[in-house]
Design a protein around this ligand. Structure first.
Ligand SMILES: O=C(O)CCC(=O)C(=O)O
Ligand SMILES: [Fe+2]
Length: 332
């Protein structure tokens, strides 16, 4: 079998960058690999427990955009309270009645599927080269060291806003031609089926460095799990197919002075199903300084930080470490 590889630059212990080659998981799946390479599998000394409890949809927080924009101030207020409660307890919530036409979401799926269905060489060719701390372009999830167990995912990431920004625009795929219609910063995650879902992970546990993330998935077969902040249980997110999911990111945790927390989440793999998700990351400009909101009844827990400095730090420690280690950078 001819193996296609992503080229990944890692920084060695002595600080020198080195390029390593990592198999493209979509290609492994396409060739019907029954035994994922060791670099993707957790062993008995390095245990992965993908179990999670299920959560009835009515117990998971959601808000209605329609009610949030209601003419009735009481209804708006009630919905805002639900939003605040959900964000505080879970750090994420589903959004219904979002008003985005189903047909438009279907078009987005079609375009992203169109990209991932291209042969590997064409995908590589039609997405320009890139070099950035946050892994823009067509490639894979972060690789910090050669000893790391790698995630079973291929990704495409690009900076798409502000409009005048040229940062990352060279990674806009040229095919399919309608890929250029969006104005937002996005990352697509493609998780091929994996014959070994109990010893691989689609996306390792992480919190998002963003202020807010908006997530959209193509299949309701499941895959996203969130760590509940109180009991530290992994919970499968009960995510309906047309629902959007809003996730609190680290920057919002800092700005809210810890009133809302960015949740740790992960994506598992599935034996017989592929899955695709799109994440839109919303950040203030990188030169902006953010500071925790002050109030008399809440003790200051975070420092002022420049967005760019935080993101730089996040990617320096990511994914070798836990969320706590990343956000500690800004804690008093
Ligand atoms: O695939 C998913 O549902 C989660 C994606 C995600 O967490 C991310 O891209 O940061
Ligand atoms: Fe995430």
């Amino acid at each position: 079998m001819e193996v296609c590889n992503h080229e990944v630059t890692i920084t060695g212990q002595d600080g020198t960058p080195r390029t390593i080659r990592v198999p493209v998981v979509q290609e492994l799946a396409r060739h019907g690999t029954q035994d994922p390479p060791k670099m993707f599998t957790y062993s008995s000394s390095n245990v992965l427990n993908i179990g999670a409890i299920s959560c009835p949809p009515e117990d998971f927080p959601w808000v209605s955009m329609a009610r949030m924009q209601s003419k009735d101030p009481k209804e708006r207020e009630r919905e805002l309270e639900r939003l605040a409660e959900g964000a505080k307890e879970w750090g994420m919530l589903l959004v219904s009645d979002h008003g985005i036409p189903f047909a438009l979401l279907e078009d987005v799926k079609e375009v992203v599927n169109g990209f991932f269905r291209l042969p590997f060489d064409e995908k590589k060719e039609c997405v320009g080269t890139y070099a950035s701390i946050d892994n823009m372009g067509y490639g894979r999830n972060f690789v910090a060291s050669q000893d790391q167990v790698l995630d079973w995912v291929d990704r495409m990431s690009m900076v798409v806003a502000p409009r005048e920004s040229t940062d990352g625009l060279n990674v806009w795929p040229l095919k399919p031609s309608n890929f250029r219609t969006s104005e937002i910063k996005m990352r697509t995650n493609y998780y091929p089926p994996c014959p070994n879902p109990n010893s691989t992970i689609g996306l390792s546990p992480h919190s998002d460095s963003s202020a807010l993330t908006l997530l959209f998935q193509f299949h309701s077969s499941g895959g996203l799990q969130v760590l509940h902040k109180n009991n530290e249980d992994w919970v499968s997110v009960p995510w309906p197919v047309d629902g959007l999911l809003v996730v609190v990111g680290d920057l919002l945790e800092i700005m809210s002075n810890g009133r809302v927390k960015s949740p740790v989440h992960r994506a598992i793999t599935q034996a017989n199903a592929e899955r695709c998700s799109i994440a839109l990351f919303y950040n203030p400009p990188s030169s902006m300084e953010i500071e925790p909101v002050k109030s008399d009844d809440w003790e200051d827990a975070y420092k002022r930080v420049t967005v760019g400095d935080y993101i730089q730090h996040y990617y320096k420690v990511h994914p070798r470490t836990t969320k706590q280690a990343a956000i500690k950078f800004t804690m008093l």
